[in-house]
Design a protein around this ligand. Structure first.
Ligand code: ZN
Ligand code: ZN
Ligand code: ZN
Length: 160
């Protein structure tokens, strides 16, 4: 497990940002200043970032930023495979810029701590395989968020 946003999180260096304008145009979307600003903000983002944070960062560069445009563009960028989203404990979307390691998320509802579980972690592999074998259901690991109580908080509960 790694702490969310830990310094060892490194984005892919070879980001396909250059091809994005053409990919948007191929979907009938114009390469507007607002979309360019969002891509610029994303290229400088690390780890997990909420939609609201992205809107704020875009607004810092362009006060006329329209949040719905940001969210619609994020949807398209996810279809293009540039970003992925998961959900925090409160259900809000968190975006990842091309996560170097596919991972699931653990949230502690007591202390609010967050951790990542790598997609090739034996715990994840075992759980994914078990659900696939039992239900024929294939789990979307990067979208997987588990809430519960972390080891530290469980130990503290035991002391109480
Ligand atoms: Zn979702
Ligand atoms: Zn994540
Ligand atoms: Zn905790």
């Amino acid at each position: 497990m790694r702490a969310t946003g830990s310094p060892d999180w490194t984005p892919e260096v070879d980001l396909p940002w250059a091809g994005i304008p053409d990919q948007l145009r191929a979907r009938g979307l114009r390469w507007t200043p607002q979309r360019r600003i969002l891509v610029e903000v994303l290229s400088q983002s690390d780890g997990h970032v909420t939609g609201a944070e992205l809107v704020d960062r875009c607004k810092a560069l362009d006060p006329d930023t329209i949040p719905s445009t940001v969210y619609r563009t994020l949807d398209v960028l996810e279809e293009l495979g540039v970003v992925r989203h998961s959900h925090g404990a409160d259900g809000r979307e968190e975006f990842h810029v091309l996560p170097a390691v596919e991972h699931a998320h653990l949230y502690c509802r007591v202390c609010g701590g967050a951790w990542e579980l790598a997609g090739d972690d034996p715990v994840v592999v075992t759980a994914v395989d078990a659900v696939l074998a039992g239900q024929g259901f294939s789990i979307d690991v990067p979208h997987l968020t588990l809430t519960g109580v972390c080891a530290t908080c469980r130990a503290n509960e035991g002391d109480a």
